[in-house]
Design a protein around this ligand. Structure first.
Ligand code: ZN
Length: 224
């Protein structure tokens, strides 16, 4: 998201590495601990074991011993957005403010799973809105993207859901959402070149009605 000095990025990398030292937390990394649903886990684990066997793998070989469990936890993490609601995160985060200028957040990283192949697609979201009294902390826009992208998705619906959530929560004069993403299901099957990305957009209110606002948003976000 936006500009990060190198020192800040190092902290993020370090946090991530710590998070995934499995042995520290009974075999669960920190993030997983919050998202794992222990009830469903054994059944998903068993299903992954079946998938591996059916692919001709020996599920008892050393490298695969804990793979079904790891894959099950990872899948629960990738779909943790089902358990989160927009209300939860926006509850105390909306403020009254006499600000009418366009608010833009560029380059919000997103990681999702395509619902047709269960294979990742990932890229960036750019969001803008024209406040009508209500504003929200910028980091919350990134959280909205996260909640909807950590579900099984198609890119068009993801784009729409983000725009609708902002529209409903802030009742702004306009909302614009653009997502640029690479779909591994297309890249790995050779349908799409490595660096090709799919762009989807949803323009509501002023961004839909007024070409000037739309152009301003696109000029500010899509410039390489
Ligand atoms: Zn796909």
């Amino acid at each position: 998201m936006e500009y990060h000095p190198a020192s800040e990025i190092n902290v993020v990398v370090e946090e991530y590495l710590n998070m995934c030292v499995e042995t520290k937390n009974n075999g669960l990394c920190k993030e997983e601990k919050e998202t794992v649903d222990a009830t469903g886990l054994p059944r998903i684990e068993k299903a992954y074991s079946t998938v591996l066997s059916e692919l001709g793998e020996d599920v008892d070989r050393e490298g695969l011993l804990r793979t079904p469990l790891r894959a099950a936890k990872a899948m629960q993490f990738f779909t943790k957005g089902y358990k989160e609601t927009i209300q939860d995160i926006l509850n105390d985060a909306i403020f009254d403010e006499n600000h009418e200028e366009m608010v833009i957040v560029k380059d919000i990283d997103l990681f999702s799973l395509c619902e047709h192949h269960l294979v990742p697609f990932f890229g960036r979201a750019h969001i803008a809105y024209l406040p009508n009294k209500k504003v929200v902390g910028l980091s919350k826009l990134a959280r909205i993207v996260e909640i909807y992208s950590r579900r099984l998705q198609v890119q068009e619906r993801l784009t729409k859901q983000i725009a609708s959530a902002i529209s409903e929560a802030l009742e702004p004069a306009g909302v614009a959402v653009v997502i640029e993403a690479t779909h591994m299901c297309m890249v790995m099957r050779g349908v799409q070149k490595m660096n090709a990305s799919t762009v989807t957009s949803v323009m509501l209110g002023t961004f839909n009605d007024d070409p000037k606002s739309r152009k301003e948003f696109l000029d500010l976000t899509m410039k390489k």
